[in-house]
Design a protein around this ligand. Sequence first.
Ligand SMILES: NC(=O)c1ccc[n+]([C@@H]2O[C@H](COP(=O)([O-])OP(=O)(O)OC[C@H]3O[C@@H](n4cnc5c(N)ncnc54)[C@H](O)[C@@H]3O)[C@@H](O)[C@H]2O)c1
Length: 286
Amino acid sequence: MRAPRPELLRGQAVVITGAASGIGRALAQRLSRQGCPVAIADVDEAGLAVTARSLTSPTLSRILDVRSASDVAVFADDVGRWRPGSLGAVFNNAGVAVNATVVDADAEDDKWLYDINFHGVVNGTRAFLPLLLDQGYGAVVNTSSVYGLVAVRYHSAYCASKFAVRGYTEALRDELRGSGVRSVTVHPGGIKTNIANTARVRSDPSGRGRSQAQMAREFDAAAMTTPERAARIIQRGVEKGKSRILVGPDAFLVDVLARITPTRAADALAALDSKLSAASKKEIVR
Ligand SMILES: NC(=O)c1ccc[n+]([C@@H]2O[C@H](COP(=O)([O-])OP(=O)(O)OC[C@H]3O[C@@H](n4cnc5c(N)ncnc54)[C@H](O)[C@@H]3O)[C@@H](O)[C@H]2O)c1
């Protein structure tokens, strides 16, 4: 007999990739506080150790590159043995950014990003899905972005990867109908995390000669949501049974623009962006 589909994650095991920083760390901390055994993974050994030390529930911590399908499969086997039949959600959250024009983009940088942002999500989904299907409940929660709703300049590879995550996760949703397992897409707006600091940036794609640190400061000033708030929104969305979770007020704005003016949404965002960066420059100067 199939277990009933749990409404709340409280007390159930969860898997979180990219848990050494940002949204992944905040999710791990939040769910751990609620008594969820937390399996966390990241390539960043030091950052993952900091996250692991901050958790209060049982923790399985794994240094893992989500680009390796075989390592992700071993991780899934270990999680299955660690907490058999009680997996509430798998958060395929690990991700990176590249800032470049299409003409100047470095092929290696773009491949690095596609392998993590898209293939990492595919690897996590394929490895953990059999566990969830055997249970007959649980959620695969894949992180896309607002850049999986609207595509903008200087983020071609990032947007392509996040549109791919969205397409993959939505196709899976259709396949999972009637299985008891859910497939959820997360579309965060700007979240104050490390992502702009660790992005691969060879030169300022806007041609204004800004350093990466300066671009990261501007990103941080414009980002509207903290990782802790993002984690709360994501958890609540999963628990409410949402298929698509928008994170932050800017995500709702982008979603509306994408619907009412799909071909002009990027123009509207560019206008908004110049206002925001003018405001953030004032903020930085202050
Ligand atoms: N911060 C934002 O504004 C924003 C907006 C939309 C979507 N997102 C998405 O949210 C997710 C989390 O990002 P964040 O903002 O918390 O960034 P972050 O840089 O703070 O955290 C990302 C984590 O992923 C890990 N990671 C990178 N490559 C990995 C790999 N190969 N294997 C395992 N782990 C790896 C990093 O070490 C890091 O700990 C990403 O998918 C990102 O694209 C972020």
